[in-house]
Design a protein around this ligand. Structure first.
Ligand code: FES
Length: 571
């Protein structure tokens, strides 16, 4: 692409009043005239926020990107977008993923940008930025913020997955409130996102598997100086990508998505991967379905021994060689010739990868677990599908039939779960309704609901749990998620009553409510939605337009790409 044909020249290359306005106000930042004369303008889309602690180091990271852009002859301009911090935002960051993606899409299209670097970290900041960028489709590269260093508490390594263990230990009296407070600082002892293979790390692996980053992006710890080096190189590379006109639509082919699914299964990635990947695919025009997830995951064993499915942390993963080692081990199962952001194929990027710890990253001949990292379920309880993470489930519950104990919503669950009179034992199946996209709204991470206190005290560690919600990528257990259609939309889940029998068979990939069709039809005729409907603002828009989990929970009107053309030019 010649400098004269750069998109940004539609602003900065103009003469007369319009050109004056576009350049003059930029010059109040001390920018010299030559910056506007045909240099590729690179937007640095920054999710920095002190309300998003996982991304709080991003201004520094942006400086490294800028150095790279300048070194390669580009003109960097940093801009903020809505930042979604998983830990503080109520009711759930997922409610705002689509809103943030709209911010990103419109910010990129409306401004004089030729290429964009997406600074992503905490869970939703990756899919929201990638979704928005895909709907514009100018050259794009992703830089992840990197995981925290491994936590250390009382001489042991800890990470986010230990929160669930700590919470259960406090409820059962094995841990004091004081010990819990000490553990807080021990867990989060450095900059970066969650240090396990939770959703943020899964997203960082997803973008590397898709080819949207430089190699090794996924695992370099945030506190490791090599993270800044990668950011600087990414800044230089995006300038070249603009010259080559290498866009997301060139990289994000169906084969690239299939690679991401297979790699996600091998690393035991978060179940949230399913929803975000499908949403991204639908933005870029690939009709990816749960069936594709199933077909491409089914025969992939777990290679990465990482929490929550295994033992190690993201820091260990990086020192063991990181994602390129996993890719190399999976060479025969990948579309190795997919093009990536650095202009090389996936295979060229991983061919020299070396494994430095084969206990952390195994190969196909000696997997860490035979169970795949992801399974898609079908049955009358989830006509459009549901997901489970077999690698983080209990083997004795993978094929289980039990009596349903139903909670109508999350408030009902909190009110009754620890009631000593609740009729429940370890063979029961806990069912939680109305935590789906429309029902909550926003599909929160409450699917791995805590086990009743009286069962914890008996030593019960896991039970089958089913809901239309999601689970934190750091969570674990035999937890069926993303049931579609959700209860609030009148799916079969809405019709389950306490005392019904439910059969889960992860090996056969089925989830059945053992109630005959006649009885279900009667219940359906009497059913009325019980969720709260918003009456104004974004939440109303969301409830009216959000799609079901199996479609990625995006808004129906956001599917697809509008390109980078600005429709009206009023100056
Ligand atoms: Fe931000 Fe876990 S809370 S990645």
């Amino acid at each position: 692409m010649s400098n004269a044909s750069l998109r940004s020249q539609g602003w900065f290359g103009r003469t007369g009043k319009d050109g004056f306005i576009y350049r003059a106000w930029m010059k109040n930042q001390g920018i010299p005239d030559e910056e506007f004369r045909g240099k590729p303008v690179i937007g640095i889309c920054n999710t920095w926020s002190e309300l998003t602690p996982c991304n709080a180091h991003f201004r520094e990271l942006a400086e490294s990107v800028k150095k790279g852009v300048i070194a390669a002859g580009g003109f960097p301009l940093e801009f903020p977008v809505m930042s979604l911090g998983e830990t503080l935002i109520k009711p759930t960051a997922m409610l705002y993923r689509n809103l943030a993606s709209m911010d990103v899409e419109e910010s990129i299209r409306a401004n004089p940008l030729d290429g964009v670097v997406l600074l992503c970290g905490c869970d939703k900041t990756t899919p929201s930025l990638v979704m928005g960028a895909c709907s514009v489709d100018i050259p794009t590269i992703v830089v992840s913020g990197g995981p925290m260093l491994t936590g250390r508490y009382e001489g042991k390594n800890i990470g986010t997955s230990d929160i669930w263990r700590f919470a259960d230990a406090v409820r059962s009296g094995d841990m004091s409130q004081e010990q819990l407070t000490v553990a807080e600082a021990c867990m989060c002892r450095s900059r970066g996102h969650c240090a396990v293979m939770g959703t943020a790390s899964t997203m960082a692996c997803m973008v590397e598997s898709l080819g949207l980053t430089l190699p090794s992006n996924a695992a370099i710890p945030a506190a490791d100086s090599r993270r800044k080096v990668l950011a600087q190189y990414s800044g230089s590379r995006i300038v070249e990508m603009v010259k080559e006109d290498l866009k997301p639509s060139d990289i994000l082919t169906r084969e690239a998505f299939e690679n991401a699914i297979r790699i996600n299964a091998a690393i035991g990635g978060s179940t949230n991967f399913v929803i975000h990947l499908i949403a991204i695919a639908r933005r870029i025009g690939i009709d990816l379905t749960l069936e594709d997830l199933h077909i491409n995951s089914a025969d992939i064993p777990l290679l990465a021994n990482l929490q929550p499915s295994g033992q190690y942390f993201m820091e260990d993963f990086y020192y063991a060689g990181g994602l390129p080692v996993v890719m190399k081990a999976m060479h025969d199962r990948l579309h190795a010739d997919c093009i990536t952001a650095n202009g090389k194929t996936l295979k060229e990027n991983y061919k020299d990868a070396t494994s430095y710890n084969d206990d952390v990253i195994r190969d196909l001949s000696n997997p860490f677990k035979k169970e795949t990292g992801l399974a898609v379920l079908k049955g009358n309880l989830c006509e459009n599908g549901a997901v489970i993470k077999p690698s983080a489930a209990s083997s004795h519950l993978m094929r289980h039939t039990g009596r349903a104990v139903v909670f109508e919503n999350i408030e009902d669950y909190h009110a009754r779960v620890d009631d000593p009179a609740l009729e429940i034992d370890e063979t029961s199946v806990m069912v939680l309704k109305n935590v789906g996209p429309v029902g909550y709204p926003g599909m929160p991470e409450v699917g791995n609901m805590g086990i009743p206190k009286k069962l914890l005290e008996k030593g019960v560690k896991d039970m089958v749990r089913i809901s239309d919600g999601r689970m934190s990528g750091t969570g674990f257990g035999t937890v069926v998620l993303h049931v579609s259609p959700e209860a609030a939309k009148g799916g079969t889940l809405a019709l389950v009553k306490t005392g019904d029998m439910i059969a889960l068979d992860v090996y056969d990939r089925t989830l059945q409510l053992l109630v005959d069709d006649e009885e279900l039809a009667k219940r359906k005729a009497a059913w009325k939605p019980s969720h709260i409907e918003a009456t104004r603002g974004y939440v109303q828009l969301y409830q009216q337009h959000v799609e079901q989990a199996h479609l990625g929970a995006d808004m129906d009107f956001l599917k697809g790409c509008s390109g980078s053309k600005v429709t009206r030019d009023s100056h």
